[in-house]
Design a protein around this ligand. Structure first.
Ligand code: SAH
Length: 355
């Protein structure tokens, strides 16, 4: 299938040679005109995929309580930056704000900051959280105590992939093949140095992934937490311990497709290597907790009780809906096990709930 972005990429590759997977992912997701996140109708039942906050209001409510608890443990500073990375439709922050409204003094203590590159999604977010301030990245958020949340943000950051061939690690790059795109092996670029050396011994055909953008965001979060205090909660699908393997995938209309087939028109993601994120954050002074599986994490925060409360206030049909949302968020054949949560904190804070 030819897409406008495919034509642009083919011309570029013909002019400059094969491009890294990271460059390919960045264009497919973030190209200002043709990138996947430049569209608006991508989330939810009618979109290509559905995220936890779009599944249930209870997800944001639990995270809101987690953040309020951390604020208490920080001794209730009154100049907090409540930051969300990649807010999508703004649903998660809307739920967080509603759930924490009754917490005394909390809402007066923070300002909301959204890190979002897509202008189209910024417009949707503004409908739900009009008083937020938007940023392209963390660097422009003013200094100060921080509470941060990121759901399904790290899985969208561009990765590099390396494959072993004849005993040597090569970089997988995207090349042209007539009017199609294909993956080729080329000499490994400098980002290979960021891969986990413990995984270098694999046999020919092994694939290694690294997400330099994710590591640097984790480092930037950790620097803030260490310097000004605070806590961050990161939720995504991925591994606790990184392993060899190809996790690059594309989704369109709730089904997997070939990631090189329709650039800009499918969502591209990879599994997050939580150990690499935690190590990057620890090296900048933050304490890391987890990764814990999402199901037990949410249940430890009181998801079961909240579901009972909602069920008690509705009719039989509503109860069925609440139960199916609960199952979807927590069961191991839905989002409960594959999705994980990682907390990063100022090391002076006591351990967070749910880990
Ligand atoms: N958190 C939301 C949306 C997840 S989709 C939810 O749970 O529903 C990923 C989000 O991250 C989108 O809003 C996308 O535009 C944003 N995003 C992806 N890469 C980004 C980057 N490099 N910088 C800023 N935002 C990014």
């Amino acid at each position: 299938m030819n897409t406008p972005l495919k034509d642009i990429l083919i011309k570029r590759i013909e002019a400059t040679g094969p491009i890294t997977l990271a460059d390919y992912m960045a264009d497919c997701l973030m190209h200002p005109e043709h990138g996947y996140y430049s569209q608006q109708k991508i989330f939810g039942a009618e979109g290509d995929f559905i995220t936890a906050p779009e599944v249930s209001q209870m997800f944001g409510e639990m995270l809101g309580l987690w953040l309020a608890d951390r604020w208490y443990k920080m001794d209730k500073p009154n100049n907090v930056h409540l930051i969300e990375l990649g807010p999508g439709r703004g649903t998660l922050m809307e739920d967080i704000l509603r759930a924490t409204e009754p917490v005394p003094d909390f809402h007066d203590a923070f300002t909301v900051h959204f890190i979002e590159t897509s202008q189209q999604l910024r417009a949707l977010q503004a409908q739900k959280v009009p008083h937020a301030t938007w940023h392209d990245d963390l660097s422009s958020v003013p200094d100060g105590p921080t509470l941060l949340v990121a759901n399904e943000f790290f899985d969208a950051l561009p990765i590099h992939q390396f494959e072993k061939q004849d005993g040597r690690w090569c970089e997988r790059r995207v090349h042209t093949e007539g009017s199609d795109l294909t993956m080729v092996l080329t000499s490994a670029g400098p980002k290979f140095a960021l891969t986990n050396p413990a995984l270098h011994g694999g046999p020919d055909g092994s694939i290694l992934e690294v997400c330099p953008a994710g590591l640097s965001v984790a480092g930037a979060i950790a620097e803030r937490l260490f310097a000004y205090g605070g806590a961050a909660i990161i939720i995504d699908y991925g591994y606790r311990k990184s392993a060899v393997g190809d996790t690059f995938q594309a989704m369109k209309n709730h089904a997997f497709c070939n990631p090189l087939e329709a650039p800009g028109e499918a969502d591209l993601t990879t599994h997050v290597a939580f150990d690499q994120i935690a190590t990057a954050a620890s090296s900048k002074g933050a304490a890391a907790f987890g990764a814990a599986a999402q199901g037990p994490f949410l249940m430890a925060l009181g998801l079961g009780e909240r579901a009972q409360q909602l069920a008690a206030a509705t009719d039989a049909q509503g109860q069925e809906r609440v139960l199916s949302e609960l199952t979807r968020l927590t069961s191991s054949d839905a989002m409960g096990t594959l999705f994980k949560t990682l907390a990063l904190q100022d090391p002076k804070l006591p351990a967070p709930p749910g880990f």
